[in-house]
Design a binder for this molecule. Structure first.
Ligand code: 8OZ
Length: 369
């Protein structure tokens, strides 16, 4: 039986009205204490009704601890005030009949001392800094040099992820998505282009996939595999991640290893996040996503530059169960309705993506009835 982008889907323990997903999108509009604001609540509410918006919302990446933050004004999921702020968001989304999971984030070395407690150094798999910039109070700045986490610090890090997953349930989320993509902490362990450790968390594929596996083990022990997803980006060069020497083997083993956890979904960024899907011009071998999928029995979510024909085809031909849309959902609060109708789409204003107020955030127009 062939499915449509507009058909319902049971994804683990989460029942969705359709397969249209709002992708995780950093917007840098959290309030003091990295607390979700009323404006953020309105932004998510506008996109929550599955009749007009998304079947599932994945929130913007949200740090699991103060050390997990890498940019100005990103929300957290570690304090009671943050839980209360997110509860306003989940109540609003559920009030529209929608579903929402929170993306759990630790940036690792993609951070700056000015954002971290007591001016601490960022932590990573490595002491080597990324060649890149982050956004801090004064504007863009080069990321700070990290220090490699000691082996005896890793249990505490895993405990932070587990606690965040528990807090997400208190905040009323339908589940969580582990951010294991885009050159952030988990990917800093996965790829041998970054990970230069000699302990049990570095070297072999088995060792480099260990942190991902242990974090997912801890999260699923807390909230269940049926409420847990993971986002991977096997070949993205984002955040100076380089390329793993054998991405197919590394990412394949990662999913094979977590298969017993029965994850609700795997979310894969195809190609360069927010950029080209085909990286052959950059000398990157094509990645076999179907081979990766063979290691996972649950729902398969795809992302990156999908338009209406591509998304409809992917679900129709079974390449994917769900399609996540990023830029299109920023500019079109009623993207679901527009896709269904083949209606024109609003253009994206790139000047208002990161930080600011309601402009370019909650003031994109919906279609008029
Ligand atoms: C854009 C700006 C800052 C962060 C990601 C969380 O790439 C992000 C991000 C994107 O996953």
């Amino acid at each position: 039986m062939t499915a449509s982008l507009y058909d319902p889907l049971r994804m683990g323990d989460i029942a969705l009205a359709n397969r249209i997903v709002m992708a995780p999108l950093t917007r840098n509009r959290a309030g003091a204490g990295q607390v979700p604001t009323q404006l953020m609540t309105e932004y998510y509410r506008q996109r929550a009704n599955p009749e007009t918006g998304a079947g599932l919302i994945v929130t913007e990446a949200s740090q699991i601890s103060p050390m997990g933050q890498g940019y100005l004004d990103t929300p957290g999921i570690y304090s009671p005030e943050q839980v209360a702020g997110w509860k306003r968001v989940t109540d609003a989304v559920h009030g529209e009949g929608g579903k929402i999971v929170i993306q759990l984030w630790h940036v690792g070395r993609i951070s700056h001392v000015s954002l971290l407690p007591g001016g601490a150094q960022p932590v990573s798999s490595t002491n080597r800094p990324a060649n890149g910039k982050t956004f801090i109070a004064g504007g863009f700045a080069p990321v700070s040099a990290p220090r490699a986490l000691r082996t005896d610090e890793i249990p505490g890090l895993i405990a932070d992820y587990r606690r965040a997953a528990g807090l997400a349930m208190q905040a009323g989320f339908d589940g969580v998505e582990l951010h294991a993509a885009n050159g952030y902490l988990i990917e800093q362990f996965l790829r041998d282009s970054i990970n230069d450790r000699s302990d049990d968390y570095g070297g072999s594929v088995e060792n480099r996939t260990r942190l991902l596996a242990e974090v997912l083990q801890a999260i699923t022990a807390e909230i269940g595999g049926g409420r847990t997803g993971v986002r991977l980006s096997p070949i993205t060069p984002s955040n100076d991640a380089g390329q793993d020497s054998d991405a197919q083997a590394t990412y394949g083993r990662a999913l094979e290893r977590v298969a017993p956890l029965g994850l609700a979904y795997v979310h894969v960024v195809e190609g360069a996040t927010g950029g080209p899907r085909d990286l052959s011009a950059q000398g990157v071998a094509p990645f076999d996503y179907a081979a990766l999928r063979a290691h996972h029995r649950g729902a398969w979510m795809v992302n990156n530059a999908y338009d209406r024909p591509m998304a409809e085809a992917a679900v129709h031909n079974g390449t994917a169960d769900l399609v996540a849309f990023g830029k299109l959902f920023i500019a079109n609060p009623d993207l679901g309705r527009r896709l269904r109708q083949g209606a024109p789409l609003n253009p994206l204003d790139t000047a208002t993506l990161y930080g600011g107020d309601a402009h370019g955030y909650t003031d994109y127009p919906a279609l008029v009835d």
